[in-house]
Design a binder for this molecule. Structure first.
Ligand code: ZN
Length: 293
C-alpha cells in the first residue's frame, strides 16, 4: 500500500474522517534522521498527524506541528502542506525506551512534559499559532485535546507506528475523526461504541486491512469518500534558500568562511541534502548585501 490519505464524510455527513497510511514517509524520516525505535514512533506519529492536518482547510497552504518536551527526545517538528508533502526534524533521535508493563515503545516518557504548538501558514502574514500543554506526550491524545479545547471541534485521533526488531518501520498510519456541529446524540453514541471496539491502527494494518477497510470500520459502513491524496516525505529546500540564510550572517562571519574555510558547506536539517558555496559565491553574497544597503 502506497502512502496516502482518504478524506470522507460519514454518518449522514455528521462526521468527517481522515484516514492515512504513512509507512514509507516515516521510514524515510527514520533513515534521514537516524532515529532509534521510540524516537521513530514519536516522530512518525507527529508526521502522520501533520500530514492529515495539512488538508484541513483548503486555503491554508502550510502547517507546522511542534512539540517541546522535557524528556530525552527534547523537541520535534513536523511540517506539511496541501500537496501531501511532509518533512520534519528532531532534537535527539537516539532514544529507545519501553514501558515495562506493556513492552510498548514509551513515546510519552520519551517526550515528557511540555507543549504542543500548531502553526498555520507559518510563512504568511496570516500565520497563526496556538499552544497547549501536553496531555501525556503520546501525541494522539495531545492532538485530540488540541482539537477539542483549542479549536472547539470534538475529535478522536489514532496514530500508530510499528517498528521492527531491526529498527525499520513495519506499519504507520492514523486517523482523525471530527464531530461536526450538527451531529446528533445518536450518531455520537454510535461512533463512541465503534471506537470502543478498536485497538490500534498498526494492529489493524498488520492484519492485512487497507485504509478503505479502516474507514469503513470507523464509519460503520456509512462512509462517502470525498478525496484521496498521495503522501510523501519531501523537503522543498534549494540553494537559493540557503543563499538567503547565509546573507543574514554578518560580514565578519562570512569573511571567516571565505578566508579560513575557502567556502561553506550547509546540510539541510530536514533532508540531509548538502549545499556547497564556493569562496566566489560567498564574496558575491557580501557584495549583494552592500548593494542592497
Ligand atoms: Zn532539505
Amino acid at each position: 500500500m502506497k502512502d496516502h490519505l482518504l478524506i470522507s464524510t460519514a454518518y449522514n455527513n455528521e462526521i468527517r474522517i481522515y484516514v492515512s497510511y504513512t509507512k514509507d514517509l516515516v521510514e524515510e524520516a527514520r533513515n534521514i534522521h537516524k532515529t532509534w525505535p521510540t524516537a521513530t514512533a514519536a516522530f512518525g506519529r507527529l508526521l502522520t498527524g501533520a500530514a492529515m492536518m495539512g488538508f484541513f482547510n483548503k486555503d491554508e497552504s502550510e502547517l507546522t506541528l511542534r512539540i517541546d518536551g522535557d524528556g530525552p527526545i527534547g523537541w520535534l517538528v513536523a511540517e506539511s502542506n496541501i500537496q501531501g508533502e511532509v518533512r520534519g526534524n528532531i532534537d535527539k533521535g537516539e532514544v529507545y525506551l519501553k514501558y515495562h508493563d506493556t513492552n510498548k515503545l514509551a513515546v510519552g516518557q520519551a517526550i515528557g512534559n511540555g507543549h504542543l504548538t500548531v502553526i498555520r501558514n507559518p510563512k504568511l502574514k496570516s500565520a497563526y499559532s496556538s499552544t497547549i500543554e501536553l496531555v501525556n506526550g503520546e501525541i494522539a491524545e495531545d492532538l485530540t485535546y488540541f482539537f477539542s479545547y483549542s479549536e472547539q471541534v470534538p475529535s478522536s485521533v489514532g496514530l500508530g507506528v510499528l517498528v521492527d526488531t531491526n529498527s525499520s518501520v513495519v506499519q504507520a498510519g492514523g486517523f482523525i475523526i471530527q464531530v461536526l456541529p450538527y451531529a446528533s446524540e445518536e450518531t455520537i453514541t454510535k461512533l463512541e461504541d465503534t471506537l470502543k471496539n478498536f485497538t490500534s491502527v498498526t494492529d489493524y494494518f498488520s492484519e492485512g486491512n487497507t485504509t478503505e477497510d479502516l474507514l469503513s470500520f470507523l464509519a460503520n459502513n456509512t462512509e462517502n469518500i470525498l478525496e484521496s491524496h498521495d503522501l510523501k516525505y519531501h523537503c522543498g529546500c534549494n540553494k537559493e534558500y540557503f543563499r538567503k540564510t547565509l546573507a543574514k550572517l554578518d560580514d565578519a562571519t562570512l569573511n571567516v568562511l571565505i578566508d579560513e574555510d575557502n567556502g561553506a558547506e550547509i546540510v539541510c536539517e530536514y533532508c540531509n541534502k548538502t549545499y556547497y558555496f564556493t569562496k566566489e559565491e560567498l564574496i558575491e553574497i557580501i557584495d549583494n548585501k552592500k548593494l542592497q544597503v
